[in-house]
Ligand binder design. Sequence first.
Ligand SMILES: NC(=O)c1ccc[n+]([C@@H]2O[C@H](COP(=O)([O-])OP(=O)(O)OC[C@H]3O[C@@H](n4cnc5c(N)ncnc54)[C@H](O)[C@@H]3O)[C@@H](O)[C@H]2O)c1
Length: 718
Amino acid sequence: MLFSGKALSVQMLDNGIAELNFDLQGESVNKFNRLTVSEFSHALDAIEAADGVKGVLLTSGKGVFIVGADITEFGGAFSAGAEGIADLMNKNNENINRLEDLPVPTVVAINGYALGGGFEVCLGCDFRVMGDQAKVGLPEVKLGLIPGWGGTVRLPRVVGVDVAAEWIAAGKEQRPDAALMAHAVDAVVTSDKLKEAALKLLGRAIDGELDYKSRREIKKSPIPLNDTEALMAFFTTKAFVGAQAGKNYPSPVAAVTSIEQGYKLGRDEALKIEQQQFIFCAQTDTAKSLVGLFLNDQAIGKVAKGWEKKADKKIERAAVLGAGIMGGGIAYQSAYKGTPIKMKDIDQKGIDLGLKEASKLLSRLVERGRMTVEKMGETLIRIEPTLSYDGFDNVDVVVEAVVENPKVKHAVLKEVESKVSEDTVIASNTSTISIDHLAEPLARPENFLGMHFFNPVHKMPLVEVIRGEKTSENAIARVVAYANKMGKKAIVVRDCPGFLVNRVLFPYFAGFSMLVRDGADFQEIDKVMERWGWPMGPAYLMDVVGIDTGVHAEKVMAEGFPDRMGKTFKAASDIMYEAERYGQKNGKGFYNYEEDKKGKPKKVATEESYELLKPHVAERREFDKDEIIERMMVPMATELARCLEEGIVDSPAEADMALIYGIGFPPFRGGIFAWLDNMGMKTFVEIADKYADLGELYKPTERMREMAANGETYYGDK
Ligand SMILES: NC(=O)c1ccc[n+]([C@@H]2O[C@H](COP(=O)([O-])OP(=O)(O)OC[C@H]3O[C@@H](n4cnc5c(N)ncnc54)[C@H](O)[C@@H]3O)[C@@H](O)[C@H]2O)c1
């Protein structure tokens, strides 16, 4: 053994081959944490010092190769400023350069994921052999960063500028066929033959049959592009990448800039350029937010897994009541992820619609080559349409998704409770009605809770799991386990009108109504909020949700929180509702809707809405964009703070992720609490106080004022 550490080891095989094996103890994956980086350097010392090493083979002792840098270490390093960031980057850059400069050939056997730093170390080798189940890629832009260990230097020298820019700017994982076609790897073999193939290749390089030195030279030299080619390549790529990413995500353009500014240089100079761009990206709020979001995602995943472990049984069979928009979507998702589900409705038409929707979604997967016809058949068979309760005594969970009417729901819930076994958990997909209220007629309220999916179910990641006063821990655990199995992000919250997500969404809509009342143009509000990062502005969002649904929910919220959400004027949504403009569903709301070429609804502006609003709103005037943003966001942020203070949600991380996954809060802002932290509570309170005369929704809580006075943040020093 040449070197033996806690993250990797080096041992001599036959024929002078040293095998450098990454195998991080106590972890399920390999990653470049400080320990691995430091041991990597010691391993290289050992290889350089050893006699008789003729070639080096890099392997992994895990199911993955190396998944990348240890993101949990970023926070501390990034907050240490440019020097701290450079320090973090330099150590592994030195390692990879040393690997590339060894006086013997190097080959890597890529057995599983080789992402970010994991792929960058592969690019430092002379040859790359990839298993047929492995994936490679440089996903740093997803964290608002660029590759910082030579990815923007070596990849364009290996695969060409265009492909490298495309791979890095999109941050996608690449399958073996794509990697081979791009010449990012030299061979793809079945996993069981991987080491053998890599050793064979290394043997040929050792024997001089393969010229490893010339390959190395290419990676260390400028890229042979003439100025005109370069101008064309970088000009068009930058424009395209910039337009795709948008101004809120600067890192894809920074990655292309790094390639552009480094292409005429040798490796070491080009690496310096890369580092400048990396440091620039690492210091943006976007990177801070996206790194935070990644960590929050891991945290909520852990909480959800924790719940799953507490469940008394695995979810083998489910049922859904109501085969409408939501019930159909829930049945599809359950079946798609492998849990058989009964789909009951009182109306055959409903069932036909639900099944049609599921078939449509599955056909799309087949068309795109993402599912075989057999698999589609197997999935559809898992949905059992029914008009009766037969077999309901045999299911583990029932999700109720009938119409949003407390009387109907009471009747349906009581009925289904009498048809299921004693331990079956019943969950309601209600969007607004209190879980405690719905539980009233039930004999076993401990087995009842909320399971709030978002529309469209197959696309929206969030499931709010709502615990009522009497809900048992086991009921929560079972439903979270079911959500996990469905591939959803479950967040457990406490009961209140609107739960967490709708409770904060309606204050945001109230901000919108007040702006329109005071003379703002709803299209302008949409534009400003979309530029701020929302996938759609509030008027468009209401049209998509359904104005009738929105007006109904607004009433529930007003009853629940009359002081803050009670209506004092006729809102724009009421005006649309009275004119039967229900939004996308009937082709007219704030906007009119026409079908585009693909048959999808396309919004078009219409004077009709303005005419309807005119008698009820102030004369139209221009608002400053900051005022629009502040008047929209302050009510949402203060309401979310209240939810945290009241224990509706347990942590800032869960609250932030719920809004990102549930309603598309701009991810690059990291969530509302992350946004508040970035701005500073003192600034926020000053902004909110400017709007005090707009009512209670604009008043920060006492705790927020205290935080402002003490300079506290929600995430502490993370
Ligand atoms: N649509 C959304 O965006 C959305 C989002 C989240 C939650 N929700 C909630 O989901 C629930 C369902 O909403 P939807 O939009 O799917 O409604 P929908 O009108 O599309 O579907 C309701 C279905 O329930 C059926 N139904 C009525 N009474 C029944 C009974 N006694 N037994 C079995 N089936 C019965 C109807 O025939 C219909 O097919 C509501 O509580 C709603 O608030 C809706």
